[in-house]
Design a protein around this ligand. Structure first.
Ligand code: DGJ
Length: 723
C-alpha cells in the first residue's frame, strides 16, 4: 500500500519499504525532511533542530537563511548560496526564482511524461507539489511517484510559463536530494571505450564531486547515475542510496558537501550546453530520476534498480521473455563478407543451437571500412547480390531468426545522403566539420531529418523479414550547431536531439512490436535507463575478453539486471586484449546476460564446438533464471583476483553460481563462497557435484569447490531445490 499522510505541514509519502517526507515551511517553501527506511511518523522538529531552524514554524528568510535549509528543489538567487537545481532567466536578463507551493495533489498511478522515456505501472501513487513564482509567472510541478514494489521514489519536474513574456530555463535538473550529513562514500561508474563503467568509490569531502557528459550521449566515460554508501556499507550490509537518470543525453551527476557537512545530491541534464526558451503558455518536462534506498548494502540497492528495470521500464514482447541466443558476425568477418560466407557461419550456428543470426556493419552503401556510406541505407549488391530478403530467407530456412545492424543517427561525409543534404548534420557554419570515426551526426532536432531516419529503418524492416535490430551510435558531439534553430535556441540542440531520437524510437517500437531491439554505442556508451525503455537489451562493451567482462558486467549490474546486458563469447586470442581464455570461462561469464557468440564457429576445434553446444543447451534450460532471477554479486574483481556472482530464480528453487579467477596462484584455497538469496529452509542439489546442502548452509558456511586450474579459470554451478 502507498499512502500520503498529511499531518499539519508534513507530507509523508510511504510504501511498505521507504518513507519520503517533506515539510512545508511558512510561505510554502518545501523543505526536505527524510528519505529512508519506512517510519511510522515524522516530527519535523528533529530536522529543524539539526539545521538550526526555528521549530515554532516561523520561518522567515531574514531570520534563517535558505543557505542552511534542506530543500526539495532549491533555486538560484533567493539566499541559498549553494548550487541550485534550476535557474530561470526572465525578459530583463535577471535570474532569481522563488517557487512556493500553492497546491498539494495526490494522483493514483503515474502521470505520463510527454516525449520522454519513463517508468510506468499501476501499483503507484504520485504526489504532485504545484509551485508558483508570482513575479516570474512560472508554474512548476514537482512529481514524486512511489511504486508498491520498489524502495524508492521517481522524481521529475515540469515547468509552465504562465506569464506573457518568454522565460528561459538555464538549468532544470530532475533531482535534488539533501542529506543531513556527509558520512558517505560516493560510487560512480567511469571508464572509456572497452573498459566501460569501472566502479570508483571514494569518501565524500567538502566541496563538490561531479561526473558528467557533454558528449551528446550518456557516454563511455561516465554513467548518469550515482550511489552513496556508508563507509562501512558492503555488498550485503549497510545503507546505500542510488540515483539514476532515465535519459540518454548530456547529464550532470553531482554531490555538494557544504561547510556544515550536509550533502546535496543533484542529477539532471547538463546545463553547460543547455537552455530552453519557454514562450508564454509553453511547458518543459525534465527527464525523470529514479532514487532508491537500501539497508541491505549495495545488493539491496541493485535489487531495487533491477525491479524498476524488470517491472517498470522495459516494454514489449521481450520484456519478460527468453532472449534468443544469437551469433553476431562482427568479430567473425568485420566488413569482409558475402552471402556465402555468412550462410556458412549461420549453418554451423544453427547446428549447435543458436537461435538468431545478426548481420553487423557493412551490408549497405559501399561500406568496406568505416569511412563511408552511413546514411545510404540500401543494400550493397557487391556483397549481397540477391538482396537482404534473400539472405534473411536463407537464414530463416536454417531455422534461425535474422537480425540487422543499423547506425541510423549518423552520416558519412562520403555518402549519397551527405552529397544531397550537407546541412543535415550537426555543424557550425565556418567551422571544420570534425569527424569522429570518419562520420558526422545527423541533426535530429530537425523534423525532416527525424522523418528520414524513421523511414530509412522502417522501410527496411517493413520490406524484409527482420526479427532483431542492433541500433549502434559511434561518435560524440562536437561543434554543436543546427542549421535550423534560431540563435537563441542553439543551446536547446542537445536536448532536442534526444527528443527527436526518442520520438523516432517510439514510432519504430510501436510499429514493429515483434522486433527485438538492442542498443549499442561503441559498446556500452549509451547504457542507461532511457534507452532501456525502447530497447530491452544493450551491448555491454566492445571488449569481449572474459576477464575484462567480469569487471564490466559486475559494475553494470549495480543498476542493470542480466536481461539488459548483451554478453557474447568471442574468439581467442581476444581481439581487444590478445588474451587467451578457456571457452568455459568465456561461456560462464557471458551466460549471465543476453547470451550469444561473436565469432566464426567454423574456426573452432571440435572440442570447443562441443563445449559451445553444451553451453547453449545449458543456457536454454536456465535462461529464465539467468535473465530474470535475482542477481547477487559475491566477489568483486575490483578488490582482488576473484569474481563471483549468482542468480536465483524468483521462486528460489533454482540458482546458478559463477566463479572466475583471473590469475592462477599455486598452493591456495578456493574461496568458500557464501551464497545469497536462497531459501534457507530448502535443500539444494548441486548438479555438477551431486552434493546436497541446505540453503542455510550455503549462505552461512558457503559453497566449497576445488580450485580450477590455470589462468582465467572459471567454474559454474547449478543448484536445484530438492524436497
Ligand atoms: C561498434 C559496436 O560496438 C560493434 O559491436 C560493432 O557493431 C561496430 N560498431 C560496427 O561498426
Amino acid at each position: 500500500m502507498i499512502e500520503l499522510i498529511q499531518t499539519g505541514d508534513v507530507l509523508h509519502l510511504r510504501n511498505a519499504h521507504v518513507s519520503y517526507a517533506i515539510y512545508l515551511l511558512e510561505g510554502g517553501i518545501p523543505m526536505h525532511l527524510y528519505f529512508g527506511a519506512r517510519v511510522d511518523s515524522i516530527n519535523p522538529n528533529a530536522v529543524l533542530r539539526h539545521y538550526d531552524l526555528p521549530t515554532d514554524g516561523h520561518f522567515s528568510m531574514q531570520g534563517c537563511s535558505l543557505d542552511h535549509t534542506p530543500q526539495e528543489y532549491p533555486s538560484y538567487g533567493m539566499g541559498d548560496l549553494r548550487e541550485g537545481a534550476f535557474t530561470v532567466r526572465r525578459f530583463d536578463g535577471t535570474r532569481s526564482a522563488d517557487l512556493r507551493v500553492v497546491k498539494v495533489e495526490v494522483v493514483e498511478g503515474k502521470p505520463a511524461l510527454p516525449g520522454l522515456p519513463a517508468t510506468f505501472g499501476d501499483n503507484a501513487r504520485t504526489l504532485l507539489l504545484h509551485m508558483q513564482d508570482a513575479l516570474l509567472g512560472l508554474h512548476a510541478v514537482l512529481s514524486y511517484t512511489m511504486f508498491e514494489d520498489v524502495a524508492g521514489v521517481i522524481r521529475s519536474v515540469s515547468f509552465q510559463n504562465e506569464s506573457d513574456q518568454p522565460l528561459v530555463l538555464e538549468r532544470a535538473y530532475s533531482l535534488s536530494l539533501e542529506l543531513p550529513d556527509s558520512r558517505w562514500d560516493l560510487i560512480t561508474l567511469s571508464g572509456a571505450w572497452s573498459r566501460e563503467r569501472e566502479m570508483i568509490r571514494r569518501p565524500l569531502t567538502m566541496g563538490e564531486m561531479r561526473v558528467s557528459s557533454l558528449k551528446g550521449a550518456t557516454s563511455l566515460h561516465n554513467s548518469n547515475m550515482l550511489f552513496l554508501a556508508r563507509p562501512e556499507t558492503t555488498e550485503a550490509q549497510g545503507e546505500a542510496i542510488g540515483a539514476a537518470l532515465v535519459y540518454s543525453g548530456n547529464f550532470t551527476a553531482a554531490v555538494h558537501v557544504d561547510s556544515h557537512r550536509t550533502s546535496r545530491m543533484m542529477l539532471g541534464i547538463n546545463d553547460v550546453d543547455f537552455s530552453w526558451t519557454l514562450a508564454p503558455g509553453e511547458a518543459f518536462h525534465t527527464p525523470e530520476a529514479v532514487t532508491v534506498y537500501s539497508r541491505t548494502g549495495l545488493d539491496g540497492m541493485s535489487a531495487q534498480f533491477h525491479t524498476i528495470c524488470r517491472e517498470h521500464l522495459v516494454r514489449g514482447q521481450y520484456a519478460h521473455a527468453p532472449r534468443p541466443i544469437l551469433l553476431n558476425n562482427w568479430e567473425a568477418t568485420y566488413f569482409n563478407f558475402n552471402e556465402e560466407k555468412l550462410l556458412k557461419i549461420a549453418e554451423t550456428a544453427a547446428k549447435v543451437g543458436v537461435e538468431l543470426f545478426v548481420l553487423d556493419d557493412g551490408w549497405f552503401g559501399h561500406r568496406d571500412d568505416d569511412h563511408t556510406s552511413l546514411g545510404d541505407w540500401f543494400v550493397d549488391k557487391r556483397k549481397l547480390p540477391d538482396g537482404l530478403t534473400h539472405l534473411a530467407d536463407g537464414i530463416h530456412s536454417l531455422g534461425l531468426k535474422f537480425g540487422l545492424w543499423f547506425e541510423p543517427e549518423m552520416i558519412s561525409p562520403k555518402s549519397e545522403l551527405y552529397a544531397a543534404h550537407p546541412d543535415w548534420c550537426i555543424h557550425i557554419d565556418g567551422r571544420e566539420r570534425i569527424e569522429g570515426r570518419n562520420q558526422l551526426i545527423l541533426d535530429l532536432s530537425r523534423e525532416d531529418v527525424q522523418d528520414f531516419m524513421y523511414h530509412a529503418v522502417a522501410d527496411i524492416l517493413a520490406s524484409n523479414p527482420i526479427d532483431y535490430v542492433k541500433w549502434d551510435m559511434n561518435r560524440n558531439f562536437s561543434n554543436v550547431g543546427s542549421a535550423l534553430l534560431p540563435p537563441e535556441r542553439q543551446k536547446e540542440l542537445p536536448h532536442r536531439y534526444m527528443l527527436g531520437l526518442y520520438a523516432v524510437l517510439e514510432k519504430l517500437v510501436q510499429r514493429f512490436p515483434n522486433v527485438l531491439f538492442e542498443s549499442c554505442s561503441s559498446g556500452g556508451g549509451r547504457f542507461d535507463l532511457g534507452m532501456l525503455y525502447y530497447m530491452p537489451q544493450t551491448w555491454c562493451s566492445d571488449n569481449t575478453d572474459a576477464l575484462c567482462r567480469c569487471r564490466i558486467q559486475y559494475s553494470t549490474s549495480l543498476v542493470f539486471p542480466p536481461f539488459a546486458m548483451g554478453s557474447h563469447v568471442s574468439a581467442v586470442p581476444n581481439h581487444q586484449t590478445g588474451r587467451i581464455t578457456p571457452i568455459s570461462t568465456r561461456g560462464n561469464v557471458a551466460m549471465s546476460g543476453c547470451f550469444g557468440y561473436e565469432l566464426d564457429l567454423n574456426s573452432l576445434s571440435e572440442d570447443d564446438l562441443n563445449a559451445v553446444r553444451e553451453q547453449i543447451t545449458r543456457v536454454k534450460a536456465l535462461r529464465t533464471t539467468l535473465l530474470y532471477g535475482d542477481f547477487h554479486r559475491l566477489l568483486s574483481p575490483y578488490e582482488g583476483n576473484d569474481t563471483a556472482w549468482m542468480t536465483v530464480s524468483r521462486d528460489k528453487r533454482e540458482a546458478v553460481v559463477m566463479y572466475t579467477r583471473a590469475q592462477a596462484l599455486s598452493f591456495t584455497y578456493a574461496p568458500l563462497l557464501t551464497l545469497r538469496g536462497l531459501d534457507e529452509t530448502l535443500s539444494y542439489r548441486i548438479e555438477e557435484t551431486g552434493e546436497t546442502y541446505s540453503g542455510a548452509e550455503l549462505m552461512q558456511l558457503g559453497l566449497a569447490f576445488p580450485l580450477p586450474w590455470g589462468d582465467a579459470a572459471s567454474v559454474s554451478f547449478t543448484l536445484h531445490a530438492v524436497e
